[in-house]
Design a protein around this ligand. Structure first.
Ligand code: CUA
Length: 328
């Protein structure tokens, strides 16, 4: 059995390495650091309680086990002092846990500083949409933020309940239809941070991932400038044909491309699709091959995908891939 324990432990503990993308024990921003400190405190208290309670249990099991019919322990009923003690001690412990926890919740949902970057986050089955109201930018899947600046997320959902979670930057926040839940985060260093929907939301819940890119402020401004521009009409004939297919076919009914008649709101905004690194809920990297496979059969690649199989001819798929890749 030891080998089985070792194998299972190896799998479980591999999630604890510093580089594990969803490991909240190695926070990289002040909001996540605060959550981590509270976690450390609660964990320490829990360990002490566990050792004392289990220790007492094991002690009683051995000390008072029945050795023969004669040595049954003295039978007692009730002990007022003991009962008061084991009522008061847990109350004190819970207060000790509640004060920093509630304080943390209040601080993390407080109004942000005036210079905070505001982003509206909308959960969809099964991808994340981001709207930057002050920058007039709408994007999906990859979230871009500047380093060293407070980011204030207003989180909601377009369909069912989701939960937005980027463990290294902040705690979880539910995305509930008809409600706006706040979440503050800040990244200390540039980098790539992975996230995952943390509330079961249907068939592709596990495939509802996201990637956060934290940039130096100047790089972030550059990213915003690029997102605000209307993408150039491609000169390449294949891409141009893809553009025509997109705008005149079914694509435009569900997707928006700024500066064109494609104004659909069901699927992700595609204006600068090729500037993203991943698509379909961060499930696939943006490559020609992955896009081709996706367009052939979206629900076959991602269970439950709201994008139907349009039974596109191979020629059309290649043209559409070429067009999508031109949307830098
Ligand atoms: Cu969205 Cu789970």
């Amino acid at each position: 059995m030891h080998w089985l324990t070792a194998v299972i432990s190896a799998f479980l503990l591999s999630a604890c390495t510093k580089d594990a993308p969803l490991n909240f024990l190695h926070p990289e921003g002040p909001s996540a650091v605060e959550s981590d400190r509270i976690w450390d405190l609660v964990f320490a208290i829990a360990v002490v309680v566990f050792v004392l309670v289990e220790g007492a249990l094991v002690f009683v099991l051995f000390r008072y086990r029945q050795r023969s019919d004669k040595d049954a322990p003295r039978q007692v009923h009730g002990n007022t002092r003991l009962e008061i003690a084991w009522t008061i001690i847990p109350v004190l412990l819970l207060i000790g846990v509640a004060v920093p926890t509630v304080g943390g919740i209040v601080r993390q949902s407080a109004e942000p500083p005036a210079d905070a970057l505001r982003i509206d986050v909308i959960g969809h089955q099964w991808w994340w949409e981001y709207r930057y109201p002050d920058e007039d930018v709408i994007t999906a899947t990859d979230l871009h933020i500047p380093t060293g600046r407070a980011v204030y997320l207003s989180i909601t959902s377009g369909d069912v309940i989701h939960s937005f979670w980027v463990p290294k930057l902040a705690g979880k926040q539910d995305a509930v239809p008809g409600r706006i839940n706040p979440l503050s985060m800040k990244a200390d260093r540039p980098g790539k941070y992975l996230g995952q929907c943390a509330e079961y939301c249907g068939l592709s819940h596990a495939n509802m991932r996201l990637t956060v890119y934290a940039h130096d402020p100047a790089d972030f401004d550059g990213w915003v400038e690029n997102q605000k521009a209307v993408p150039a009409v491609p000169g390449d004939p294949l891409a141009a044909r893809g553009r025509q297919l997109f705008l005149e076919g079914k694509c435009a009914g569900c997707h928006t491309i700024e500066g064109t008649n494609a104004k659909g709101q069901t699927g992700p905004n595609m204006t600068h699709f090729a500037s993203r690194t991943t698509f379909a809920g961060s499930m696939f990297e943006v490559t020609d091959e992955n896009l081709r496979l996706w367009l052939e059969d979206p629900p076959g690649r991602k269970p439950g995908s709201k994008m139907p199989n349009l039974k596109l001819p191979e020629d059309d798929i290649l043209a559409l891939v070429s067009f999508l890749q031109s949307l830098k």
